[in-house]
Design a protein around this ligand. Sequence first.
Ligand code: AMP
Ligand code: MN
Ligand code: MN
Ligand code: MN
Length: 273
Amino acid sequence: MLPDLHTHTSSSDGELTPSELLARAARNGVRQLSITDHDTVSAYQELAGQDQGMPVIIPGIEFSTTWNNRGIHILGLNIDIDSNDLLTGIARQQQNRLDRAEKIALRLKRCGVSELFEKALAKADGGTIGRPHFAQVLLDEGTVSSRKEAFRKFLGAGKAGDVRQYWAELRQVVDWIVSAGGTAVLAHPTHYRLTNRKLFQLGREFVAAGGSGIEVCNGVQTADTTSRLGQLCTELKLHASCGSDFHGGDETWSQPGRFSPLPPDCKPVWDLW
Ligand code: AMP
Ligand code: MN
Ligand code: MN
Ligand code: MN
């Protein structure tokens, strides 16, 4: 069983509480787990003081960043969650997320949807607010018949609710992670729909910024994707990471511990720790 280094809880847009996620991961045989909520480490504050058996926790986070006007996700793994630079960065991203959520609500209103800011904020329930909370409100209100439809019509790439200009630059985010003693990993590189050339450029700039890993396996993916990313990882001389990106029970997401194995020629990211 490989470590699961990419999961979400109700501290951001996941369904399970941190304790519930730990129990689910343990049940699935996960021995090392990183909870990588979007722009927050509050799951770790919630777990503090609890008896830690299996799985062993590797503190982590998933930051939203911008690179060349695109939204790129960067994982910070094995971080010191008390680092001042990291916590300052998180506070900035959280404020930006609130401002962004107001903008998303405004843009949706212009599309004829009712005012959703307060309702989405209530859905986030003190955790990191994001588009999935708007998707859930749109579903609850009957505007759409599934969260998938909410993304297709209102929130996905290029739609009214796809607001990106609020994130810190990729370079800045890598600095926060490195300053917290962590390993910066480029998350799910095929999700950005980049050409091979652009993806390679992103990879090179990420390395120049201080990045050291690439997520070669994210959830269950095709053998083609794994081999493409394994090759990119080797070419860029990066270490390879893997994780389920588990968010919750529906079929959109892999379960904890369920993802494709790393290609044998990739150096695992945990060799750095
Ligand atoms: P945000 O953090 O607000 O940018 O929202 C991004 C999150 O929305 C991702 O981490 C996913 O959890 C979720 N997401 C993105 N695209 C889709 C989709 N097409 N269907 C369902 N959830 C999605
Ligand atoms: Mn998410
Ligand atoms: Mn992501
Ligand atoms: Mn994720």
